[in-house]
Ligand binder design. Sequence first.
Ligand code: SF4
Length: 345
Amino acid sequence: MTANGGALLEITDLGVSFTTDEGMVRAVDGVSLAVHPGRTLGIVGESGSGKSVATKAVIRLLPANARIDGGSRILLRRAEGEIDIARLPAGGRELRRLRGGDIGMIFQEPMASFSPVYTIGNQMIEAILAHRDHLDRRLGRRFDRRAARDHAIRMLERVGMSNARLRIDQYPHELSGGMRQRAMIALALSTHPSLLIADEPTTALDVTIQAQILDLMLELQRELGMAMLFITHDMGVIARIAEEVAVMYLGRIVERGPTREVIRDPAHPYTRGLLAALPRVETSRRRLTPVPGDIPSPLQRPAGCPFHTRCPRRMPGLCDREVPADTALDARRSVACHLFGGRAS
Ligand code: SF4
C-alpha cells in the first residue's frame, strides 16, 4: 500500500541484496513507501532491520557489493520533472547534483559528513557553491563565495551555534559533540534540500541535547518546507518527530500508518514489542520489556513470517510456513501479520 498522491519521494518495490563471502544477503525486500512535501516519515526498527540500507539506496550510497533490484523504483518529483534515482548511472553528475542539493543527509556521526582537514566554513561554502544552480532555483539567488560565507554564518546561527562568525573557521574536532551535530544540520540545510534524510542523527547525544536537536529539526522543517525521512530504532523519537511511521523487520515493512494511531493501537506484535521497550518516566528511563531474542541473520532468513522466531503470538503451522501478506486495516494503515490476514483460525 503506497499513499502516493502528491508524494515528493515514492519508493516502489525496492529490493537490495549484498554479495558476501557467505552468500547473498537480502537486506531490503519489496519496500514501498512515500514521503510527502513538508511531512516526516519515520522508519523504525532494530539494527539489522534494513532501514539504513533502504534509505542509503535513496541516495545511492550503497557499498560496491550491493545491488538494487531491476524492478525497484525511487521516484523523486522536482520542479524540473520526475527522476528515477534507481536508474541513474552510479557516480554520474545527476547523482552528485542530487546529493546535498535536492536531498540533504545527516547521520549519527557528524564526522561522516565533515572532513577533519577543512574548517566547517570551508566545507559549507564549497557545498553551497557546488549546488548554486539548485539554490538559484530554490531561493532565486545566485551565490558567490562572499555571499556563500554569509549564508553559511546565517545557517550556523540558525541552528543555535554561538559565535558563528568565529566558529565557522574552526575545524570539526574543535567543536563539542552537540555543536558538531548542529554544524552538520547547518551543512545539510544550507543548500535548502526539498528532502532531508536523517539516519539516527540524535542517537549518540544525551537526552537533553537530543530533544533540543529534534525540536530544532522540526522548526527548520516548518521554516524551509522540506520533507524528512527519519530513521531510528527509537519509537520515542518517532513519536516526537514523524507524522507517519513504517516499522521494518528483516528487510520488510511489517506495519505502517499515522504515528499517533500506530502508537495508540499497534497491530503487529513487533511494533507492540518496540513500544513496550520504551523507557517510562516512572522507571527512570530504564527500558522495560525489550523484544525478546535477536533479529536473525539475513543469511538465515526464517521461513514464513520473518518475526515468528521471536513472536509471542506465533501460530505454529501457519506463521513458520507462510509469509503474511500486507493487509489494509483502513485507508492509511496496513500490517503484515496472519492475525489480520484472515488466515488465522
Ligand atoms: Fe507473529 Fe504470526 Fe503475526 Fe508473524 S504472522 S507477527 S509470527 S502472529
